[in-house]
Design a protein around this ligand. Structure first.
Ligand code: ZN
Length: 228
């Protein structure tokens, strides 16, 4: 069972994968989780049912992700995730402690709210405060990169977006999903939940005819109560 103080990266990955499956972030073998621990990178395998992996199925890589130090048990013939270089972007460019990849429907829909835009934006939603450095009255921006035929080909686009948006903790991939990171697995989990909430809120607001990018026209400070 996952506890807030669990620090065994294999257990963390297995339990987070189960949790993310229940959230709809890792259906059909999609999505993934990677954790950096004591100078090593731990990663779930590719193309497997993420909610059914075992701690023995986890790959262990060098800190730069270039070398596989330990493979999973041989009987399952597992492959390293195509997301590996993308996860490593978060470790090398942001000194992250964990990075996750979600195929959440809300993340996908957030990328098509405006197909001409290269960023997702929203303002004045309380859950924005769950993203480090973001306040209620700020505009939260998340870069959107275009999808590619193979996931590993996204590596450079993701890195360029991270450099262009130095305060972001996520990169959306159009019609595909999102990569989210944090300084620890606990923070990455919480930040990812906040982003997912905001993506959903923006999609639902659009359905209601409200643009999440715009501040409300009538802030409470300007509303005068009418006499009954
Ligand atoms: Zn993916």
């Amino acid at each position: 069972m996952l506890r807030a103080d669990t620090d065994d990266p294999r257990v963390v990955i297995v339990e987070l994968c189960k949790l993310f499956y229940t959230l709809g972030w890792a259906q059909g073998t999609g999505g993934g989780v990677s954790v950096k621990h004591k100078g090593r990178v731990y990663m779930a395998p590719s193309g497997v049912q993420k909610e059914m992996i075992d701690p023995r199925d986890i790959f262990v890589l060098s800190e730069d992700g270039a070398t596989v130090l330990e493979g999973p048990r041989l009987t399952r013939n597992l492959k390293l995730s195509e997301c590996a270089p993308l996860f490593c972007n978060a470790f090398t460019l942001r000194a992250a402690g964990a990075c996750l990849h979600s195929h959440s429907t809300w993340a996908v829909l957030a990328t098509v709210l405006d197909e001409t835009s290269r960023e997702f934006a929203c303002t004045q939603l309380e859950m924005m405060k769950g993203i480090p450095g973001v306040g209620f009255y700020d505009v939260l921006r998340v870069p959107i990169v275009e999808n590619t035929a193979r996931e590993c080909e996204l590596t450079e686009r993701m890195a360029a977006a991270m450099q262009q948006y130095p305060s972001t903790y996520a990169v959306l991939v159009r019609r595909h999903g999102v990569y989210v990171w944090g300084e620890s697995w606990q923070k990455a989990k919480s930040i990812a939940e906040c982003y997912d909430y905001l993506f959903r809120a923006a999609v639902e607001m659009k359905r209601m005819g409200i643009d999440a990018r715009q501040a409300p026209k009538n802030n409470l400070s300007t509303i005068t109560t009418s006499k009954i």
